[in-house]
Design a protein around this ligand. Structure first.
Ligand code: FES
Length: 173
């Protein structure tokens, strides 16, 4: 092969490679809006996570925030309430689970406030369980850890995924 034909081959190879690479970039640029629209929008991502400022919640208080359309309780438990749930024997629990496994910090309880029987919203009610919750629909009683004690509900109130962003801020979801 002469030097001239070798140059021609090299130039042709370069053109093939270059045009192939350019086509790849073109496909990527064209496809990006379609791929990008498959990502959850900012609004959906905002609904997927809820940030809660803990600063205004005093000892013994509870607030309800909506997370993914579900009422979610954020409660600052007193030391007496923590001691009570931690002293609860497993034999009293229908769905035994240690309180320590349901909270990230002893004073903060975060649970979805929907009864695990048929979906009513329980209320804080001391009449059946000090510091606990009563679902008036069919009489399910939960403790201050959201664990089912009595009644037809089969399971504890669920703990949503959450994390402490700082000592005074949590992100649920
Ligand atoms: S829905 Fe709560 S006890 Fe039935």
């Amino acid at each position: 092969m002469s030097a001239a034909s070798h140059d021609d081959v090299s130039r042709r190879d370069f053109l093939y490679v270059f045009s192939g690479a350019a086509a790849g970039v073109g496909v990527a640029v064209t496809a990006w809006p379609f791929i990008d629209q498959m990502n959850p929008s900012a609004a959906v991502q905002a609904l997927a996570a809820t940030e809660v400022d803990l600063t205004p919640i005093q000892d013994g208080q509870q607030i309800t925030v909506m997370w993914q359309g579900k009422p979610t309780w954020v409660r600052k438990r007193t030391q007496a309430e923590i001691d009570e749930v931690r002293a609860m024997p497993d034999s009293e629990l229908k769905d035994p689970e240690a309180d320590q496994d349901r909270v990230k910090k002893p004073e903060w309880l975060v649970v979805i406030g929907i009864c695990t029987h048929l979906g009513c919203i329980p209320n804080r009610d001391n009449s059946k369980q000090p510091g606990g919750y009563l679902c008036a629909c069919h009489g399910s009683v939960y403790d201050a850890s959201g664990r089912i004690l009595h009644g037809p509900a089969p399971a504890n109130l669920p703990v949503p995924p959450y994390q402490f962003v700082s000592d005074t801020l949590i992100r649920i979801g």
